[in-house]
Design a protein around this ligand. Structure first.
Ligand code: ADP
Length: 480
């Protein structure tokens, strides 16, 4: 049982209310820990602490900030196993995936330790002899980071590491389903000696904390990963104080398999891009479009692979797919499958869920499910399912595939399988998506600029591009 606290101004505190949030193991409903519910008072305290820490943190030589991040990275490596255990306990994903995520979370700290020292300005040629123009890139100020439960470790460092590298203090509000991983990571920031006020952790009601952060003008930037609905609301709320926004929102990824694809590669990609995290990923495939000539072979091979998946408690090393996060998530998957079936979809594999706990909120498993003959009017072809359901549709021509793929209000990730170089490039260029996996089911990585087109969000995270959202550009026009 983990009993974590708020972390404000370098100290571990209880909330002012008597309330605590219980954290459940989504596999069986056991209470695995608690965190305090912060009141407005603590949120304001965190904003004050971050504001006070800003000048000194921003003024530190970048190499010093980098050294703190590097130390934090090393500590993540040393505590990799214990964090992975906590992550699986509260999130449910198989331990192997949790270990992979913690390693990825560490890589963001490592990358931005390296990037911190490469924030440079420019000297621009002036239009008269007695002027000089100097361009600076300066930290934007106090950052609020709101993170989701599906990747409770890597979504935190993907935001905090570049913010800190740029010189910005952070107030982190993790998802209430997975605050223990967040606290464990913040404990390591403390151990790394990061100065007080530079990293703050507030847990509790998303509405209360979100509102307090959003209405405060001292918070200069919001970086959020979560649903499109909440992202839009945060963007609206940002308008009043003109906060800078980075939003990494929902997706509805298409997966195009052309006749000339490498079948093995295309099948392997399905597991990575759909089954990982039980399909609870913004980059998860939501629509499979498969060309006529390869359709039967692809479907039969995918089905064979799905049969090998072992669903259960992620702590059991033999399990390859964990539970869904809660009852609501499960209900959505059931609803999408029922709707598709009622509207004429065929069921080729799966189609069943089970509830394995006395707890009404936990113990929900859904088996990998293959649906055929799906059509546009089905919810599953429009809304993010966030579960292990694969809707399949045939196509004939490249133009048709592109039209179907781009017919979405989302634009995060898309996948293309073809052995033709020219087709691969042609199709990738035309896809209205921020991330394209060309013969690659796992394109997300620390050094690449991850983010969406359309309603999938604004801004990029990762790589050197991931620094920009935390930097303001200023020019100084100098008369000499
Ligand atoms: P999901 O539906 O996948 O849980 P959400 O967008 O609801 O995604 O949650 C993502 C993050 O946003 C979580 O940390 C959650 O607590 C937070 N959140 C949810 N509602 C609000 C809100 N009204 N204001 C600020 N943050 C919110």
């Amino acid at each position: 049982m983990e009993e974590k606290k708020l972390y404000i101004n370098g100290e571990w505190l209880d909330g002012s209310g008597s309330e605590v949030i219980q954290v459940l193991n989504p596999a069986n409903g056991e209470v695995v820990g608690t965190v305090p519910a912060a009141g407005k008072k603590e949120v304001i305290q965190a904003i004050e602490a971050a504001s006070e820490a800003f000048d000194a943190w921003a003024a530190l030589p970048a190499r010093r900030r980098a050294t703190y991040l590097r130390r934090w990275y090393e500590l993540m490596g040393e505590h990799k196993e214990s964090i992975a255990q906590i992550l699986t306990l509260e999130q449910g994903k198989p331990l192997a995936e949790a270990r992979g995520e913690v390693a990825a979370a560490g890589r963001f700290l490592e990358w931005y330790a390296e990037e911190a020292v490469r924030v440079t300005g420019e000297i621009i040629p002036p239009s008269s002899e007695n002027k000089r123009i100097m361009v600076l890139r300066q930290p934007v100020g106090v950052v609020a980071a709101i993170t989701p439960w599906n990747f409770p470790a890597s979504m935190i460092t993907r935001k905090i590491a570049p913010a800190l590298a740029a010189g910005c203090p952070v107030i982190l509000k993790p998802a209430s389903q997975t605050p223990l991983t967040a606290a464990a990571i913040v404990e390591l920031a403390h151990e790394a000696g990061i100065p007080k006020g530079v990293v703050n952790l507030v847990t509790g009601s998303a509405t209360l904390i979100g509102k307090a952060l959003m209405e405060d003008g001292r918070v200069r930037k919001i970086t959020f990963t979560g649903s499109t609905e909440v992202g839009k609301m945060l963007m609206r709320q940002s308008a009043d104080t003109m906060k800078r926004v980075s939003l990494e929102l929902g997706g509805h990824a298409p997966y195009l398999v052309f006749d000339d694809a490498d079948l093995e590669q295309a099948v392997a990609g399905v597991i990575q891009a759909k089954i990982r995290n039980a399909g609870q990923m913004c980059v998860a495939v939501n629509r499979f479009f498969v060309q006529e000539g390869i359709y039967d072979a692809f479907v039969s091979r995918v089905r064979t692979e799905l049969k090998k998946i072992n669903t259960g408690n992620g702590l059991d090393e033999s399990v390859t797919m964990g539970p869904l996060i809660n009852q609501k998530a499960y209900q959505k998957v059931v609803d999408h499958v029922t709707d598709a079936r009622e509207l004429g979809a065929g069921l080729l594999y799966g189609g069943n869920g089970r509830h394995e706990s006395d707890h009404p909120e936990a113990g929900y498993f859904y088996e990998p499910t293959l649906l055929t003959n799906v059509t546009d009017e089905m919810k599953i072809m429009r809304e993010e399912t966030f579960g292990p359901v694969l809707p399949l549709r045939r196509f004939e021509t490249e133009e048709e595939a592109l039209r179907l793929a781009n017919d979405s209000r989302y634009g995060l990730a898309a996948y293309v399988y073809t052995q033709s170089l020219s087709r691969g490039i042609r199709v990738s260029e035309k896809l209205q998506y921020g991330v394209v996996g060309l013969n690659d089911g796992g394109p997300a990585t620390v050094q690449a600029p991850f983010g969406g087109f359309k309603e999938s969000g604004i801004g990029r995270e990762g790589g050197h591009h991931g620094m920009d959202p935390f930097l303001e550009i200023k020019y100084i026009s100098i008369g000499i």
